[in-house]
Design a protein around this ligand. Structure first.
Ligand code: UT7
Length: 326
């Protein structure tokens, strides 16, 4: 009998502090109207002093485990999609393992920027389907505001902090139906950060470090992203055999409202079926998809049996998509 992997619990966490578009007007030549029209974003969350990627990830993980009815000690592994680890060693995965009391399952970080959650699900799905694991926690968590350049209006307005998590479990019913992941290293310079752990950046340095700031050629990335996200979303639907009528929800990475609209158009799906939280949280990198999923599950909009198509795109450049039945 076939073993599938299915998402049996979701969780998310956002820091309390809100930064609005208006707040940027105080120190940058920008305005609410430009940001809303070009991106769809209205506000984003900022991690508190002493609050790091592993803290946000651990809280999202606790909520996902609680929904799944799974004890931390039952986990076979923890995969954390992040490019803003507290420190490069120990990994955020190991820190979260300790914080939630997960026992000695495997734990590691996966660096695929905004595509980290889909990359993580791909690995978890493979391990579960091959029989190597039964329950894996996949987390997407990022503390982007620790490494944005607050002088660059083309990037700092785009990002926020947050974490989302999902428990993937072996199941006889199909959950995940297709996953595809891609990378194009030759375009790596278009969106980059020469990383140091965020704990170092926030605690030990009190002046900006140029090399550690996120740098992006926004318009070049936009052109590649819009096509890659739409193609990946189409591929996910086709691989699952979902027609546009079969799709209950589309969960795109929340980088730009115009990219989201292009993905919905490619799938021939109306915007009321598209899960969007970009207005409230902006781009939280690997956290956008699991947090949006969790929000709609908890609001009772996404229900068991719903067919979902999800697609992500990010630094690397990386992208990917997955289709699943919740
Ligand atoms: O999640 C990872 C993947 N990331 C993405 O997918 C992001 C992809 N890129 C984008 O979403 C868009 O390129 C941005 C939202 C970053 C920028 O939008 P755009 O329509 O591509 O604008 P642009 O970079 O071509 O800039 C247009 C103008 C420029 O002024 P000039 O040269 O025409 O005078 C910019 O300097 O808008 C200016 N501009 C701003 N003006 C007011 C750039 N940022 C701002 C700002 N406020 N915050």
């Amino acid at each position: 009998m076939n073993t599938y992997s299915r998402i049996i619990g979701t969780g998310s966490y956002f820091p309390e502090k809100i930064m609005t578009n208006k707040d940027f007007e105080k120190f940058l030549e920008t305005n609410d109207e430009w940001i809303v029209t070009r991106t769809g974003m209205k506000e984003r969350r900022i991690a508190a002093k002493g609050e790091y990627t592993s803290d946000m990830g651990a809280e999202a993980a606790r909520r996902a485990l609680d929904m799944a009815g799974v004890k931390p000690t039952e986990l076979d592994g923890i995969i954390v999609g992040t490019f803003t680890p507290d420190t490069t060693m120990p990994s955020t995965g190991c820190r979260i393992q300790d914080k939630i009391g997960a026992g000695h399952c495997f734990a590691f970080d996966l660096s695929a920027a905004c595509s980290g959650f889909i990359y993580g699900c791909n690995i978890a799905n493979g391990l579960i389907r091959s029989g190597s694991a039964k329950k894996i926690l996949v987390i997407g968590a990022d503390n982007l505001t620790a490494c944005v350049d607050w002088r660059d209006r083309g990037t700092c307005i785009l990002f926020g902090d947050g974490a989302g998590a999902a428990v993937l479990s072996a199941d006889l019913e199909p959950g995940i139906r297709s996953i595809h992941t891609y990378a194009a290293g030759e375009h790596g310079e278009l969106l980059k950060q020469d990383n140091l752990g965020t704990k170092y950046l926030r605690d030990l340095r009190h002046e900006p470090i140029e090399d550690n700031m996120i740098k992006m050629k926004g318009n070049d990335v936009f052109k590649i992203a819009v096509r890659a996200m739409a193609d990946a979303a189409g591929e996910a639907a086709e691989a699952a055999g979902f027609s546009s009528e079969d799709i209950d929800w589309v969960i795109p990475h929340q980088a730009n409202m115009r990219i989201i609209e292009a993905a919905a158009k490619r799938l021939n799906v109306s915007m009321d079926k598209v899960v969007i939280n970009i207005q409230q949280y902006a781009n939280t990198s690997a956290a956008t998809i699991p947090t949006a999923l969790d929000q709609y599950v908890r609001e009772g909009k996404i229900k068991k049996g719903d067919n979902i198509v999800s697609a992500a795109f990010g630094g690397g450049l990386t992208w990917g998509s997955m289709s699943f039945t919740f």
